[in-house]
Ligand binder design. Sequence first.
Ligand SMILES: *Cc1c(COP(=O)(O)O)cnc(C)c1O
Length: 332
Amino acid sequence: MSLIDLRSDTVTQPTLGMREAMLRADLGDDVYGEDPTVNRLEASLAERLGFAGGLFVPTGTMSNLLGLMAHCERGDEYIVGQQAHTYKYEGGGAAVLGSIQPQPLDAEADGSLDLAKVAAAIKADDFHFARTRLLALENTMQGKVLSLDYLAAAREFTRRRGLALHLDGARLFNASVALGVEAREIARHFDSVSVCLSKGLGAPVGSVLCGDATLIGKARRLRKMVGGGMRQAGILAAAGLYALDHQVERLAADHAHARRLGDGLRAQGFEVEPVQTNMVYVAIGERADALKAHLRQHGVVVSAAARLRLVTHLDVSEADIARVLDAFAAFA
Ligand SMILES: *Cc1c(COP(=O)(O)O)cnc(C)c1O
């Protein structure tokens, strides 16, 4: 029996077409700027998102770190969500490696940061305080899509207050597919955007940081500093290019599968949060360990969590969703 892994959209296997693209990629030494495939990926994603430049990096964690460090100097501060990946799940890198102080705020139910609360957190120009320099948002945020109206308001607000605006767009394309708009309609509100190729897009490795030429120049120096300069990286960039060409529109199928899973679980009496993209959150409470063990016997892999996250992706089919629902039904 094949396993259905719902822990994350990072567990996908590269498709055959993707592997062929990797096999055939033209390569060079990217630290010399000579890998044509890396250059093509950076230029094409930057163009697609409306930025002057892009920088290919191994991970989204590094991409966010370079973005934050390119905007903020030692002793600066960035405002960020309490549950944001950048703040909570990246080893405190901005503080440790960038000497950037985070000012976390509780997010609203829709995943946004209330701009009135952000305004109240901005420090006055006073030598007692860190210098508030940047607002960092995340989209999608735990599967939720920030509205275009909110993004426009955040852009207007940060411009007025002299802050830069960074997007952790690990799942930017899930947001764009869910809204039915081009990704640049989201990206245009930001000074920098980090996009993961290794989440729903299905590449094995890689993220791209996009921004203007100055920001990307700074980020390139910082990437070397943190040890992220790679050589014939085009073999990886080829996977990213393939994903952008062939595996963006299909995210709609992941969203449909997630909705179907959410509806099915609700019908079984589970408490399910509204589903917007490829994530289904289910309140499991103290039965989490028992559920995980039960599902594993039915070939379904999940993390044990009271607020269980189920993530659909490229390697989960419609038939798999039916199997998952059967497995849950046997538990209930
Ligand atoms: C996965 C993820 C990252 C970091 O990506 P890695 O490649 O795992 O370092 C950043 N932000 C969000 C929202 C993510 O889900």
